[in-house]
Design a protein around this ligand. Structure first.
Ligand SMILES: [Zn+2]
Length: 192
């Protein structure tokens, strides 16, 4: 079985983004928990969680947990925010040089739920984007430990429609399908 770390962002005093009734730290924890059980049932992924409650781990601690469970992949799960309420959709980020991260992020970006699909279907390499610093912060603890990884920003809570979609059961289901489709890449990568 392939050990995978699910890393729902923020927690404790750190709410993450909070708009239109979505509180990032709570949403991503709930989604990651549901994802945990979905992956558990695959019998080829052994899922782990960086946190299972409302606590602020700190980024490096999450990386440390990845190391302890010998994760072959770490997926940071976040919700995006932007000054412009028009910006919407799902985004996936990976770090340059992380081939497995690129494969998984690409698969997730292509499998985004139709309503969250952005015009560009390719994922973003962290250093080329305005989100660079944040993405690097989130993923560096994994890179430092040679754990392939990517960051999925599910949607923009600053966009009213995205926030509505996040609270739609069908879309939540689709998002979980997106993540599973991306992680399927690991079977090939690790020859399962
Ligand atoms: Zn976040």
């Amino acid at each position: 079985m392939i050990p995978v770390l699910l890393d729902p962002g923020h927690g404790g005093d750190d709410d993450g983004a909070s708009h239109n009734g979505i509180v990032e730290k709570d949403y991503v924890l709930k989604l990651a928990s549901a994802m945990y059980w979905l992956l558990y049932d695959t019998h080829w992924i052994r899922p782990h969680m960086s946190r299972v409650s409302d606590e602020d781990l700190g980024l490096d601690q999450a990386g440390h947990i990845g190391e302890v469970v010998s994760a072959k992949y770490a997926l940071a799960i976040h919700i995006n925010a932007h000054d412009s309420p028009k910006i919407h959709g799902m985004m996936n980020f990976y770090l340059a040089g992380d081939t497995i991260g690129q494969q998984v992020a690409t698969a997730m970006q292509s499998a985004a739920p139709p309503d969250l699909r952005r015009r560009s279907s390719s994922p973003t390499i962290a250093p080329r984007d305005g989100w660079t610093r944040r993405v690097n912060n989130v993923l560096m603890p994994y890179r430092n430990r040679d754990i392939p990884c990517s960051l999925i920003e599910l949607a923009f809570c600053t966009n009213e429609n995205d926030a509505l979609l996040l609270n739609t059961p069908l879309v939540r289901h689709q998002i979980m399908g997106t993540i599973l489709t991306g992680l399927e890449q690991l079977r090939q990568a690790y020859g399962d």
